[in-house]
Design a protein around this ligand. Sequence first.
Ligand code: F6P
Length: 319
Amino acid sequence: MKRIGVLTSGGDSPGMNAAIRAVVRKAIYHDIEVYGIYYGYSGLITGQIEKLEIGSVGDIIHRGGTILYTARCEEFRTEAGQAKAIEQLNKFGIEGLVVIGGDGSFRGAEKLTEHGFPTIGVPGTIDNDIPGTDFTIGFDTALNTVIKAIDQIRDTATSHERTYVIEVMGRNAGDLALWSGLADGAETIIIPEVEYDMNDVVKRLRRGHERGKKHSIIIVAEGVGSGIDFAKKIQDTTQLETRVTVLGHIQRGGSPTGFDRVLASRLGAKAVDLLLNGVAGQMVGMESNVIVAHPIAEALAKEHEIDLEMYQLSQELSI
Ligand code: F6P
């Protein structure tokens, strides 16, 4: 293999740039040329492809977003779109591809592999919902962004003795809600993986209120439903003054944490190693601090699992 491509796809996540840098530098270190594909699969179909040099990825390790831009591409879901993409890859003489993104991007990578084009997936999403890795690139940064926001909300919640409902991202996964809830000592964490009982939520709130708690924080994962609706229900049932904050896309930006930069560097480099060793259709990940690889198809077939012990712990610590 003499020339590989790299793209970012789906929702961006902090650390994607560090992963791009690792792919480019690791490949060039091994005398392999790297082409950057802009706007994800969409740019792959339309041929928005340029050669990247060592300097192309200088000064980006600390930046959020992705220098290759990203997109969600409907056309690539079709056979015709996939054929156009492969045509472009052949036209540019690209022999292997690294796809940095979440599960939707991995589905695309799997399609390319099925068509005989060697592709490796690097998990980059704030949702932390990809089986086969303990952490996805960007989760730690998003978690810290949420924690900082909740710390600030807690100040004003205490001053006004209010209940706050905070809606966090995660699509169908509750990791961001669970981890930030545990890190912030939230009274209640509502996630799609665990059924909740409104009576229990209200009971916990009242108990806290009665023992003189100055504020209450409830974290709702977006996968459960609207935080705004949830806050209304709480206020109507408890008569406690309730406010709601939907953190939204603020969670997707910002300079990546040290953890995400290191994870991205390790995973990006491993993806290149795999391609150079003739491996295709695998995703890289980190399990128990060891860099591993699994078939993408296997990861896509598995259900994302939440750490139920951690959920139980959050319940026990927020009595
Ligand atoms: O997958 C990352 C993510 O931020 C999810 O948490 C969220 O549900 C979704 O993307 C939002 O997508 P968009 O930016 O396209 O609205």
